[in-house]
Design a protein around this ligand. Structure first.
Ligand SMILES: [Zn+2]
Length: 304
C-alpha cells in the first residue's frame, strides 16, 4: 500500500511548543543553527523568549562519534558509520569524503547507483523526543545536475510526505533554497545540504501544524503566491514586507487566466500536477528497501 495523506501528524504538546517558539524566532529574522541529527536550535539563544534545550556548543566543530550499525537491507546499501570507500571509484571520488563527514553528524544510509548516490537521512529537527524527518536524496555523479530530495514526516508510527508548500514543480522535491541565492552549491557537499533540509522540515511542520510558513521565502508569480502565501507570511518577492503589505493587493487584481498562464510560462508545468513520484512513495513505504534508479527520477515528467 502506498502512503496516503492521513491528515496532520500528531505531535506532543512540548514539541508543538518548541515548534512555535522556533517559528516565532525564525519569523523575526533569527538564523538557527543545525546540530547533529538535524536538531534546529538557536545558539546563542539571544531571543529573550526563546529558550531551548539546545546543545551548548555548535557540534560541527566537535563531531559526534557514532558507530550505530544497521543491517544491510540491499546489496547496494551500506550502514551508517562504515568508513570504507564506495565500490564505485567515480562515486567515491564525488561523494566518499562528503558521505563520511555526513555520518559523523547524521544517521544516514547510502545506496550506490549507476548514475550517482542515494542517501537516506533520518533526522530529529525538533529534538530527541520529537518527530523524525526522513530525507531521501538523489546525488548525481554529474555535478552540473543538482541533487533532488524528498521529505517524509514520521511521528507516532505514521509516515507521511510533507505538504507541497516550498517543493519543486512537478516532482514535489524539497525546495529549501534557490540556486540564485547560493545558499548551497554542489561544492558545499552533503552535510550542509542535510542541514538546509532539516531547517526546511521545521518550517514546513510549522505551516502544517501552526498554519504559517515562518521566515523569508521566495515565490514568483501571482498564481503561485495566491495559492500558497498567507497574508501574514513574508512576501515571496523578498521585499522584507508581509504579503498583505506587499504583493497581495496587486495579485488579487490579476485575472485567473492571466495568472495561470503566467505560472505555466514560468514553471513549464501546470500548478495542480505537482506530486511526489510513485517510486519515491514506494521507497518510503518499504522503509527504503526498494529505491528507484537515479535515471527514473531525473527523467522529465516521470510519474513512476
Ligand atoms: Zn512582494
Amino acid at each position: 500500500m502506498l502512503l496516503k495523506d492521513c491528515g496532520k501528524p500528531a505531535f506532543s504538546k512540548s514539541t508543538i511548543s518548541r515548534l512555535a517558539h522556533l517559528g516565532r524566532a525564525i519569523d523575526h529574522g533569527a538564523s538557527p543553527l543545525v546540530f547533529d541529527d538535524g536538531f534546529v536550535g538557536l545558539n546563542p539563544p539571544t531571543e529573550s523568549e526563546v529558550i531551548y534545550d539546545a546543545p551548548s556548543t555548535y557540534t560541527r566543530d566537535r563531531p559526534a562519534t557514532r558507530s550505530r550499525k544497521r543491517r544491510s537491507t540491499s546489496s547496494r546499501s551500506r550502514p551508517t558509520g562504515e568508513a570504507e570507500p564506495f565500490s564505485s571509484a567515480a562515486i567515491e571520488a564525488a561523494y566518499g569524503t562528503g558521505f563520511r563527514l555526513l555520518v559523523r553528524h547524521y544517521k544516514a544510509i547510502s545506496y550506490e547507483d549507476e548514475k550517482g548516490l542515494w542517501v537516506v537521512i533520518k533526522t530529529r529537527p525538533l529534538g530527541s523526543d520529537g518527530p523524525q524527518a526522513h530525507f531521501v536524496i538523489a546525488l548525481p555523479l554529474r555535478k552540473e545536475i543538482w541533487p533532488k530530495a524528498w521529505a517524509f514526516s514520521v511521528a507516532n508510527g505514521r509516515r507521511q510526505p510533507f505538504p507541497l508548500k516550498h517543493t519543486n514543480f512537478p516532482d514535489a522535491s524539497i525546495c529549501a533554497f534557490t540556486r540564485e541565492s547560493k545558499a548551497w552549491t554542489p561544492d558545499d557537499g552533503i552535510l550542509p545540504l542535510a542541514d538546509h533540509y532539516s531547517l526546511w522540515a521545521v518550517k514546513s511542520w510549522h505551516r502544517w501544524l501552526l498554519g504559517r510558513w515562518p521566515g523569508r521565502q521566495i515565490g514568483v508569480g501571482a498564481h503561485y503566491r495566491r495559492q500558497e502565501f498567507l497574508p501574514d507570511e513574508w512576501c515571496g518577492c523578498d521585499s522584507g514586507k508581509r504579503y498583505r503589505d506587499c504583493h497581495l493587493a496587486a495579485d488579487s487584481l490579476v485575472s485567473n487566466d492571466f495568472a495561470i498562464n503566467e505560472f505555466e510560462n514560468l514553471f513549464h508545468t501546470p500548478y495542480a500536477t505537482r506530486t511526489v513520484p510513485k517510486s519515491i512513495l514506494r521507497a518510503a513505504d518499504t522503509r527504503w528497501k526498494v529505491i528507484p534508479t537515479l535515471q527514473e527520477i531525473y527523467q522529465p515528467h516521470s510519474r513512476r
